[in-house]
Design a binder for this molecule. Structure first.
Ligand code: 5RP
Length: 295
């Protein structure tokens, strides 16, 4: 039995409330503690932003350039990412469990690149996402495509499961090949995902009116990198996205297809978290590359 002799009466109850009401992730103030905690594994509390390294492309593209050996080429980058977006197959086989990165699991799938990509289904049970300690699950949303309606129903079903378990849902804006990538389309697509309950929405950057996309979406927008660009151009896109209201990047090819992925990741971090200007970040990238060559 515990020794209860000499216990002191509690008497110092402090003054004002400690003020835990504020939360740094847009639109998540009213979420439960577990979901907020998971969002805080993705979005850093000091800046409210994230650098998410995406390498889930193999779920429909197979071993694309840069992702041939995730255990060799990608795993060493993980400690420098705030969050990683990947499939459960790659997580279990190729990523060391002793990681601090927020885990964002790809939860949709079905067609390969050889078929209609919008023909997706939910491809992950929320119970397995919880078992894998996922902070969020991610699903494509095909607004304007053949299977628009099913993809939105898939998102809603994942949100229901996510709310039950306290796991966030990332709605990924998937743009059909023939569709116009402009602010009008992205306002429509991102807002639909948020209205259906997504806690984070991923989209592409557009030069005209991107601030209207971030302003009209009630949850954080993160920006996909898209096809490989010259490093300075990718850093410029990331910089503009942040200045125009994005809460981070979810970047893949512009990091892992760079000739110096670790240098590119460091430069992107400087842009996202420290608001370093693109030219200065590019110099960081070049310095990192030169140091790597010298050693
Ligand atoms: C694949 C994805 C990717 O994760 C996303 O497009 C980010 O990667 P990239 O920067 O290479 O575009 O959702 O469907």
């Amino acid at each position: 039995m515990a020794d209860t002799d000499g216990l002191l009466d509690a008497r110092d109850f402090g003054g004002a409330a400690s003020g835990t009401g504020g939360f740094h992730v847009k639109g998540a103030q009213a979420q439960d503690w577990g979901l907020q905690n998971r969002l805080a594994r993705i979005f850093k509390a000091d800046t409210g932003r994230t650098v998410m390294l995406a390498f889930d492309h193999g779920y429909f593209l197979g071993p694309m350039a840069g992702l041939e050996r995730i255990d060799v080429n990608i795993a060493p980058l993980v400690p420098d990412a705030d969050a990683i977006m990947l499939t459960r197959g790659v997580l279990r086989t190729s990523i060391p469990p002793a990681t601090d990165a927020g885990i964002v699991l790809r939860a949709s799938g079905g067609p390969s690149v050889l078929r209609d990509l919008s023909d997706e289904h939910i491809a992950l049970d929320m119970e397995d996402a919880v078992r894998l300690n996922a902070a969020a699950v991610a699903i494509q949303v095909f607004v304007g495509s053949e299977n628009e309606s099913r993809s939105i129903a898939n998102l809603a079903a994942l949100v229901d499961a996510g709310q039950r378990h306290g796991v966030a849902v990332l709605g990924v804006t998937a743009v059909g090949k023939d569709m116009v990538r402009d602010a009008r389309y992205f306002r429509l697509a991102t807002r639909i995902s948020a209205e259906m309950g997504a806690h984070i929405v991923k989209t592409y950057y557009v030069e005209e009116g991107f601030e209207t996309v971030t302003a009209s979406c009630p949850v954080p927008i993160i920006v996909a990198g898209g096809k490989k660009l010259p490093e300075l151009d990718a850093l410029t896109m990331a910089y503009r996205s942040i200045q125009e209201g994005a809460a981070g990047v979810d970047m893949g090819r512009n990091i892992f297809q760079s000739e110096n992925p670790a240098g590119m990741l460091a430069a992107i971090r400087a842009v996202v978290h420290d608001e370093v200007k693109p030219e200065e970040a590019y110099q960081l990238f070049k310095d990192h590359s030169a140091a790597g060559t010298a050693s």
